[in-house]
Design a protein around this ligand. Structure first.
Ligand code: NAP
Length: 247
């Protein structure tokens, strides 16, 4: 990779929506840097698939909830490696439970990865992008960040927080040509939703006007647009990719 490469960094790029974003952004011509936390073989497989298609990708272990690790990663692996054109804040986890039974560690873990981790990456990326006077940040929020969802107070709070972060950062970074937007998927077929009981799945399908669960590629297409030159005049927005379902 050269020092003039245009980097797209995707957190949680080893599986699901992040992997689809990594592949799509590589096809769009970016050098993709993807991160994972626990599955190096999955991350490596995504890099190999991208290489097989003629693209370039590298995988890095990074727990985005660890702010010191995030700062060290940007300092050693991103800064001065080329133009950091795109950050996709995709890393996310769920630890569902009703509020009355939710443990502090389940609240902290979900806020830590989904919101604080995204903030830590956005802050580091912004330092670089402000100097460059260009960049695109895309935060992956969720339909439940706008509607709430019983049993997901931690996750809904983190995803709602991510929308606030998106809008505040869009205002702070706009004068230097850096855009910040969010994509809000509905129910997408990934590991995160694989454990939904059949009954819940059928009930959900009945509420999705387009009559199917989304695919990770549906979300990646929206990210690709927001990362592109065509979205240069779009910032502070939340683009829903949910088959028309607003819970
Ligand atoms: P997924 O299949 O469970 O994949 C999660 C990804 O995040 C994996 O790459 C995982 O890495 C990574 N990750 C988890 N904890 C991390 C941490 N502490 N630091 C860095 N990376 C971490 O999830 P998904 O369904 O693709 O979801 C991706 C994003 O979309 C999440 O933000 C999620 O909240 C959001 N979303 C998903 C849906 C849906 O229906 N699936 C709907 C709305 C929003 P490892 O592979 O190493 O574990």
């Amino acid at each position: 990779m050269t020092s003039t490469q245009r980097i797209a960094l995707v957190t949680g790029g080893s599986r699901g929506i992040g992997a689809a974003c990594a592949k799509r952004l590589a096809a769009d011509g970016f050098s993709v840097y993807l991160t994972y936390v626990s599955r190096p073989e999955a991350a490596q497989a995504v890099c190999e698939a991208i290489a097989a298609g003629g693209g370039t990708a590298r995988a890095f272990a990074l727990d985005t909830a660890d702010r010191d690790a995030v700062a060290a990663f940007f300092g050693s692996e991103i800064k001065d490696q080329g133009v950091l054109q795109v950050l996709v804040n995709n890393a996310g986890v769920t630890r569902d439970g009703l509020i009355m039974r939710m443990k502090d560690e389940d609240w902290d873990a979900v806020i830590g990865v989904n919101l604080s981790g995204a903030f830590a990456c956005l802050r580091e990326a912004a330092k670089i992008m402000l100097k460059q006077r260009s960049g695109r940040i895309v935060n992956i929020t969720s339909v439940v960040g706008m509607t709430g969802n019983a049993g997901q107070a931690n996750y809904a709070s983190a995803k709602a927080g991510l929308i606030g972060l998106t809008k505040a950062a869009a205002l702070e970074l706009a004068s230097r040509g850096v855009t910040v937007n969010a994509v809000a998927p509905g129910f997408i077929e990934t590991d995160m939703t694989a454990s939904l009981p059949e009954k819940v799945r059928e009930e959900l399908l009945g509420r999705i006007p387009l009559k199917r669960l989304g695919q990770a590629e549906d979300v990646a297409a929206a990210v690709s647009y927001l990362a592109s030159d065509q979205a240069a005049y779009v910032t502070g927005q939340v683009l829903s990719v949910n088959g028309g379902m607003y819970m």
